[in-house]
Write a protein that binds this ligand. Sequence first.
Ligand code: KIV
Length: 271
Amino acid sequence: MSTQTITKRLTLTDLANKKRAAEPITMLTAYDATFARRIDAAGVDCILVGDSLGNVIQGQNTTLPVSIEHMVYHTQAVSRGVEHAFLIADMPFMSYRDRVTAANSAQQLMAVGGAEMVKLEGGQPVLEQVSFLNDQGVPVCGHLGLTPQHVHRLGGYRVQGREQRARQQIIQDAQDLQQAGALMLVLECVPDELAGEISRQLQIPVIGIGAGAQVDGQVLVLYDMLGLTVGHVPKFSMNFMTDGRDVPAALEAYAEAVRSKAFPAREHVFA
Ligand code: KIV
């Protein structure tokens, strides 16, 4: 069992308190009920039904073919396995292109899927949607830096925010998302120091993936950290299925490594 005592379902208030207490927040992706149960039992704080399911479940090259129906199906499955973790679901490509579409997608993910928060990618172009969803009582998580739904516009999966102008834009977008009502932010593949600055500036929890150790929490794609991914594994990830661990032990080792700040180590960080 996890070293932390699990007593109740985690809420956004608990996560905000963890940020205030400088207690790292743990998050993993999941796509089905069995893994969700195991992640939940390992004491991981948040489960994200990521649209990375397009890559790891469907075998697609990008997340663009993932539909709202796929997301609802997997969110329903995951939610059946969750007792304690806070459950977040991704809004897939084009499912939040305007306020009404975003509201319909959030309604599907929350009312049908059982998500407690929805995540969407981008900055300035989605502020209106974030504000509208927030007004309707939908908790929203932003996602900046490497936003995989924009892979073609970004010219590939690469570190973002290294040049001064891009760095300033990410900082501005982060502030504006919080101002619009976002209650959490994921930062993907940005320099460690930029992620640290944003985490210190924002009141909301900032969760990193390839964003170094100065953020308020970490998320990894489940199949990467279980060593299942064939081919390219991102530099920022780590295989926890080592030292003779089984799956439950690897999940607990991940949670413990994030809480003790042993992960991410120097080799997982972008400068
Ligand atoms: O889809 C996903 O799994 C994600 C994480 C990489 C943050 O968005």
